[in-house]
Design a protein around this ligand. Sequence first.
Ligand code: SF4
Ligand code: SF4
Length: 432
Amino acid sequence: MKILQNISKVVSKLLENQVEKKDTQYRYISYCVSSSIPGGMLLYNTLTQELLQVSNDELTTSNTKAFLVEHWFLVPLEFDDYSLYDNLYSCLSSLHSEKGIGKYTILTTTHCNARCAYCFENNRIQSSMTDDTAQLVSQFIQRNHNGKPVLLRWFGGEPLVNQRAIEIITRSLSESDIPYYSSMVTNGYLFNHNNIKEAATKWHLKQVQITLDGCEKEYNQTKNYVNAVGSPYQTVLTNIDGLLHENIHVEIRLNISQSNPPELMRLVDELSDRFGSNDLLNIYPSFLVELKSSLSEKEIQQYASLQNRISDAGYAASKASLSQSLPLNRCMADDPGSIVINPDGYLSKCEYAYHSDWCGNISSDAINRDIASKWCQRSYPDESCKTCALRPLCLPLRHCVENGSCSKAIKSVRMIDLKQKMYYKYRKSIDK
Ligand code: SF4
Ligand code: SF4
């Protein structure tokens, strides 16, 4: 048996090893996820975050059983799994206190140089951050980060349509000696040799998310860039090269529509040929939101195949790596240390709700607590969630666009994602 990931540090402080009792029958805890590998299996405890590799021979030995009991993979038949989770979660939440705001999602503009038909921002009023507002954003950050390192996440629209706002905010933070680093959600088309250098050195850009919808022809048609020169697809790939060269982590998100999975398979091969395996590059598939709730078996199967193709090409087929601590919040919306700033300086909790539902403004430091706590309301579909293997990792929000919805299909997709993360960790341990 091999421990591929240790029990999370915070959980280990609160949860003592379980003592095996004589004459007691044991079963796997509901929060154990297993996945077959050649000659054995991987076991991941979503409650403790421990990941094990166990061979088929080891699985049946008494030593292995004793270890699995001690480490909460096995529990007595009548054990109340949910109470254990609930107590741990409550304890960790009460210990966690967030002072100050360290994470800022900043919409430099809601204008975009691309015209994707599926964009959620279509039909919204568009605006761009003025120089004065950008200065005020920097001052707001300086008043509110409370000594924390500042994480700036550039969002839009296309954030590079208003590069000037990025320059003003980062220059001002540098001049005030505020430590910061940044990430960006971008289509990647407006990068060039000069601003990639500037991004690395002045914006402290560490990570970029770029969406690709298909190979060259399909991509250029879908993005339908304004004033495109040459092939935007080739420009974006060249820019990905440039970003990797500057040690900037690139996450390529493959948007899955009803018709494009075969195209995305070809795209993964193309990307693999072009970039090879690179620890700075992740590729992960993601369904367009409106597709998620009504996935057919065939679509789930296509998703799994795409994940496998990405994984076989040597990439992490998931946006985030395997969780190493029990999550206390789902996203920026229920994270008290996170805020969204729209181009006009209004504050909101969710990046999709920047145009309304404001909880404040950069000119004042007061956050409307009623609105902020509304974004923390959870919404589990039913009682079965209590013993769902994914429960410790699943924190659905009532006011999220996904509205806490779950279905057999969504659960299958989440399980595929989790197993890919387990497998990636396992493969990395072999490569070492
Ligand atoms: S919402 Fe779905 S994935 Fe989350 S705990 Fe409930 S059944 Fe599991
Ligand atoms: S609430 Fe939903 S849509 Fe808003 S940031 Fe969180 S996950 Fe995204």
